[in-house]
Design a binder for this molecule. Structure first.
Ligand code: 173
Length: 318
């Protein structure tokens, strides 16, 4: 009897070793690997893997060298990879709605309560074959950074690096715009191909842009959104235990978002220490600047998505 048990146990060993791994998912980042965002996500993956033995494991494939920044959304949509770490502006080639989340004034936590999260998932499923797992960067304004001084919100004669986040707003200030992935900004600054760029209040230092940046224009506008998105077929096909585990871990990551509030204050200080000067406008102009960003953002969102723009506004705007 003992012998039989032993033989049975040995026979099951390879299967046991395989089952122990659990579901294997592949994740790519649209942001460069040396960015703090990605380091933070890799730490999250390590935690997911350590606690998820036998249930679910995530393999980090890499950043834009593996899949270019603006192709990550397509790769998730088609299932070439299972999970993407990206911002919506990088996959407007999948659907225009992707870039609307930058207009969020309600938080991710509030959107889980007010129907926003469900609406986002309805749209992401229907139009992008994706599950929106969690938002892991928020409470973070975007800014205009410049190497030429301005004294009013007029960018006539200036060439500015953009993504879809900033396009209409900067064009409304007469900028000549050029879209690039984050990985190409340093070289563009170094060669003087651009006079400035749009970017969040943080993460300049990750990519050494502070070395090539003279001014930041205040105030900031919008709210940076970076998230984990998953191929919908793969999501639906997960065993229940694995899906619950993944959702729990993604939600735990999202629940850390207050982290960005203090991080951003420190980043602003660090910019000042690095010699980046702040350009400000008089109060009325500053107010009009932020209002204009919002007005242009929503006008464009509703034009780009007559179907969902207004519905999103109800749950995102305040
Ligand atoms: O400027 C960008 O590359 C961009 O659109 C973005 C969005 C969210 C976070 C960081 C950058």
């Amino acid at each position: 009897m003992k012998k039989i048990v032993l033989i049975a146990a040995l026979a099951l060993l390879p299967l046991g070793a395989w089952a122990q791994q659990g579901v294997q998912l592949r994740l790519v980042s649209a942001f460069p690997e040396n960015q703090f965002y990605v380091k933070r996500t890799v730490e999250w993956i390590e935690k997911v893997n350590a606690e998820g033995k036998g249930v679910l494991q995530i393999n980090f494939i890499g950043g834009p060298k593996a899949i270019p920044t603006f192709e990550v959304g397509k790769a998730v949509q088609s299932g070439v990879v299972d999970i993407g770490f990206s911002t919506g502006a990088f996959y407007t080639n999948v659907m225009p709605e992707a870039d609307i989340l930058k207009l969020s004034e309600t938080s991710a936590a509030e959107q889980r309560q007010n129907g926003g999260y469900d609406l986002i998932n309805k749209i992401w499923a229907e139009k992008a074959n994706m599950r929106y797992l969690a938002k892991v960067v928020e409470f973070t304004p975007f800014h205009l950074y410049l190497n030429k001084k301005i004294d009013k919100p007029d960018l006539t004669g200036l060439k500015i690096r953009i993504t879809p986040v900033y396009r209409e707003f900067f064009q409304a200030m007469n900028a000549a715009v050029m879209t690039t992935a984050p990985g190409e900004v340093y070289t563009a600054l170094e060669r003087g191909v651009i006079d400035g760029y749009g970017w969040p209040i943080h993460a300049l230092f990750d990519l050494n842009w502070h070395e090539k940046t003279k001014y930041r224009v205040d105030p900031g506008f919008y709210n940076a959104e970076v998230s984990l998105i998953m191929n919908l077929d793969r999501y639906k096909g997960l065993p229940e235990k694995a899906r619950e585990y993944l959702e729990r871990q993604a939600l735990a990551y999202e629940a850390q978002n207050d982290f960005w509030k203090t991080y951003n204050q420190n980043e602003a200080k660090r910019q000042a220490q690095a010699g980046i000067e702040v350009i400000t406008f008089d109060p009325a102009t500053a107010k009009a600047y932020v209002e204009k960003a919002k007005e242009i953002g929503w006008a464009n969102a509703i034009k780009a998505s007559p179907q969902y723009g207004e519905q999103l506004k109800k749950v995102l705007a305040k």
